[in-house]
Design a protein around this ligand. Structure first.
Ligand SMILES: Nc1ccn([C@@H]2O[C@H](COP(=O)(O)OP(=O)(O)OP(=O)(O)O)[C@@H](O)[C@H]2O)c(=O)n1
Ligand SMILES: C[C@](O)(CO)[C@H](O)COP(=O)(O)O
Length: 220
């Protein structure tokens, strides 16, 4: 598809249960909130940033974006963000993935402009096993497997139609590229970065703190 208006949509309305520090968007890493880090990584590439926040919350200081109230699940929050936007192309990015490089944003956007739908993902490098009741169950062939990250980019009309249909039919997906695939669209995979991990557990937050100084020093 041709170039059009691009918006960044950031679901940040989760409760951060696994991290145990309240909503993750407000958690700081080296002095800046996870949300500010994600917003600032996307702002140079888009005409608008819209963030979904937990009910009753306001944007943390320093975050330059428009805010809407999110929903009960990530999928609900993204649908509300899509409804709040009138962009042609959207980039959906977890607030909880603070280390997002400009090259990755450009690559997923280019791929989405070319094909209509794309996601950043990382080819799996470890041996994979399905656990059974005793521990090691059955080895899973890893060839061709990718771990899906964000940003995920695509035509807003495709995403909104997929989300609206999923809400109507009670179909739940863990991400937006998966919903687009479910709706019949081909989704391009764009190689991501290990640094784009999602801050989910206390160990991830420690890792993020350790990485932040090096990351911040390398930014233009
Ligand atoms: N109702 C929800 C749930 C999640 N998210 C957002 O979706 C992203 C990925 O979700 P996850 O890492 O699972 O965050 P939480 O739901 O906050 O974490 P937990 O499951 O541990 O509570 C986060 O940026 C989170 O804020 C959201 O906008 N609305
Ligand atoms: C969207 C996502 O980050 C892609 O890997 C992931 O599916 C979010 O999962 P969660 O269950 O909300 O943590």
């Amino acid at each position: 598809m041709s170039a059009g208006r691009v918006a960044a949509l950031i679901p940040a309305a989760g409760s951060g249960t696994r991290l145990g520090r309240g909503p993750k968007a407000y958690v700081t890493v080296a002095g800046r909130t996870l949300l500010e880090r994600s917003v600032e990584a996307l702002r140079p590439h888009v005409s608008e940033v819209i963030v979904a926040l937990p009910e009753g919350e306001t944007l943390p200081a320093g975050v330059r974006a428009r805010a809407v109230t999110g929903g009960g699940t990530r999928q609900d929050s993204v649908r509300l963000l899509l409804e709040a936007s009138d962009a042609d192309v959207v980039l959906v990015h977890d607030a909880a993935r603070p280390f997002l490089g400009a090259g990755t944003v450009r690559a997923v956007l280019d791929a989405a402009r070319a094909s209509g739908a794309a996601t950043v993902a990382l080819p799996v490098a470890d041996t994979l096993v399905r656990a059974d009741g005793t521990g090691w169950g059955e080895r899973v062939e890893r060839a061709g497997l990718w771990a899906v990250q964000t940003p995920q980019a695509g035509r807003r009309d495709w995403l909104l139609a997929a989300h609206t249909r999923a809400a109507r039919e009670g179909h739940a997906a863990t991400d937006d590229a998966g919903l687009l695939h479910w709706a019949g669209h081909a989704v391009t995979l764009v190689p991501g970065e290990a640094t784009l991990f999602k801050v989910t557990t206390p160990g991830d937050l420690q890792l993020a703190e350790a990485l932040a100084a090096m990351w911040d020093a390398a930014q233009p």
